[in-house]
Design a protein. Structure first.
Length: 462
């Protein structure tokens, strides 16, 4: 078996690149598609988002537990599931953005709910094994940090693709066109297929369980370990905050630039600028982590982002280009946290093994993913409810575009800036005072597990 090298990093990058063609497309534009193309009310869209994402959250845990209980194959424990499940997932991604002009609004509402729920469930069947795979590609903390960085770079490339392409394609005279959403979804499906195949063939699982043997798990032991796993619990709350901030911003940006700045061309630039910070800081992540530690560096980063987004809320910014400049600098701090978040997950998987004595990569990753889906449900649903609360008027089916009032436009700007500022400050508090695996503690944990895996029966607890 070849040693860990750049092929693993690049393959893992392509995995999240493939994920995010539809994840970002749906996160940033599905609400706009539902309100301004299909003609659903913001409250209806918010209800659909909450219902679908809550189901997705439970599907994540069920799927993670299922994968952990399956025997490993010669190709690995997690890689085969990516190959098996990505095609159904991208098909339903296309169907989610398929518009039927002659379908009545109630039927289209049911169709929208069903396709979105099925897509979300199938997304879990790909994303859970993909995320779990990081902890079995390598056991080295620095190599894991590099995998996390490359995953975040893949996510950034997906964000750039969505941010750059979608506004230029789906809007005609500042109005979204339904058929263009569908055609673009087909293009993204083809791109995602290429990415998933590259991920499958470039990555290797090195930490293996015995081929063909099912692992036995005691759910009570797992549950007790999760409750005691302060690293996982604190990271779950941090995940809720970061997902809320990200999806609230993504969900409202299309409205912000359409209704507040009245410049959808600037939305294209904003879509690229918001993901550039991760690409810029990526080369330095491993060096910073090695010198200062993940927890310590990420905490300072999110605090800086909180301060910048608070300034964006307080200042009466009318120029989209000034706003975009603030977005860039605000993204640098939280960008470091996003670049290392997946390495945090592999660390809490190790901590769970220390607590229970059992390796449960899929289960722990799925529990974390569960929290992310809850965050996605709340942020997506609350975006719709917030738009309704401030008086946003959706476009009735077949009617011309509606001009929102200045009060509504100003409220959109407030929601899109103050919300992330609060969330980033909460993340700083969690990392600084709750999350336990600082640089020193993590080194002790890695040494403990290394001795455990070599068969030392006289280990003392940390």
């Amino acid at each position: 078996m070849r040693p860990f090298d750049n092929r693993d990093k690049i393959g893992y990058l392509f995995g999240d690149f493939g994920n995010d063609f539809f994840f970002f497309y749906i996160s940033a534009y599905l609400m706009l598609f539902y309100t301004d193309v299909v003609g659903l009310s913001p409250v209806t869209v918010g209800t659909i988002f909450i219902a679908a994402r809550i189901w997705d959250a439970f599907a994540d845990v069920l799927w993670g537990r299922f994968i952990d209980s399956r025997p490993a194959t010669k190709r690995g424990k997690f890689r085969p599931w990516i190959l098996r499940m990505f095609l159904p997932m991208i098909i339903f991604g296309v169907l989610t953005f398929t518009y039927f002009p002659n379908m009545d609004i109630n039927t289209h509402m049911i169709y929208s709910l069903l396709t979105y729920v099925v897509w979300g469930t199938l997304y879990s069947t790909v994303n859970i094994p993909y995320g779990s795979m990081a902890s079995v590609i390598s056991t080295d903390p620095i190599e894991r940090a590099s995998l996390s960085t490359f995953r975040s770079m893949g996510s950034s490339l997906g964000g750039i693709a969505i941010g750059l392409i979608v506004p230029l394609v789906v809007f005609v005279n500042n109005k979204p066109v339904g058929s263009r959403f569908t055609k673009l979804a087909v293009v993204f499906a083809i791109c995602a297929t290429i990415c998933y195949l590259l991920c499958y063939y470039l990555c290797i699982e090195r930490v293996k369980t015995q081929v063909g043997v099912k692992q036995k798990f005691d759910f009570k032991v797992t549950a007790k370990g999760i409750v005691r796993n302060r690293g996982l619990i604190s990271l779950i709350f941090a995940a809720l905050a970061v997902i809320f901030a990200t999806l609230l911003s993504q969900g409202l940006n299309s409205y912000l630039f359409k209704d507040y700045f009245q410049n959808t061309i600037a939305l294209t630039v904003a879509g690229v600028v918001t993901v550039l910070p991760i690409l810029i800081i990526a080369p330095a992540v491993s060096t910073i982590v090695k010198k200062f530690g993940k927890k310590e560096s990420a905490a300072i980063g999110v605090l800086l982002s909180a301060i910048i987004f608070l300034l964006m809320f307080l200042l009466p910014i009318r120029s989209p280009w000034v706003f975009i400049t603030f977005l860039f600098f605000g993204g640098l701090g939280v960008g470091f946290f996003n670049a290392t978040i997946w390495a945090f997950i592999t660390d809490v998987v190790d901590y769970q093994e220390y607590l229970t004595g059992t390796r449960e990569d899929g289960t722990i990753y799925s529990v974390y993913s569960f929290s992310r889906k809850i965050g996605q449900a709340l942020s997506g649903g609350l975006s719709g409810f917030a738009l309704a609360a401030i008086g946003y008027i959706s476009v009735p089916k077949g009617q011309p575009a509606v001009v929102q009032t200045p009060e509504v436009a100003n409220s959109i700007k407030g929601l899109a800036t103050l919300g992330p500022a609060i969330c980033y400050f909460v993340i700083f508090i969690i990392l600084q005072f709750w999350y336990p695996l600082g640089k020193g503690k993590l080194s002790e944990l890695q040494a403990y597990l290394k001795e455990k895996h070599t068969g030392d029966d006289k280990l003392k607890p940390l």
